[in-house]
Unconditional design. Structure first.
Length: 85
């Protein structure tokens, strides 16, 4: 594995990273490693949105079909949860 040193990180960024690491139960180094790994993975896979789009395309749902399906499902749900009085 490679190693790197990052210098001159602005204090507010360093503080945010430290707080994020604490909230995730990781060391600062482990948090930065997780962020970099996640960014790399997203750049190679297109991120969650692109993966979701590929999933639906593989199922035969393309472009506007997904939007139309989503709108009809949303309207069905909203009317069933809140019946008209």
């Amino acid at each position: 594995m490679g190693n790197m040193t990052v210098r001159r990180i602005p204090d507010h960024v360093h503080d945010h990273l430290r707080e994020r690491a604490r909230s995730n139960g990781r060391s600062l180094e482990a948090e930065v490693r997780a962020i970099l790994t996640s960014a790399y993975t997203a750049s190679k896979t297109g991120g969650f949105g692109q993966q979701l789009r590929r999933h639906f395309e593989n199922a035969g749902v393309f472009g506007d079909e997904l939007s139309a399906y989503q709108r009809s499902e949303t309207s069905d749900i909203s009317t069933s949860r809140h019946p008209k009085v």
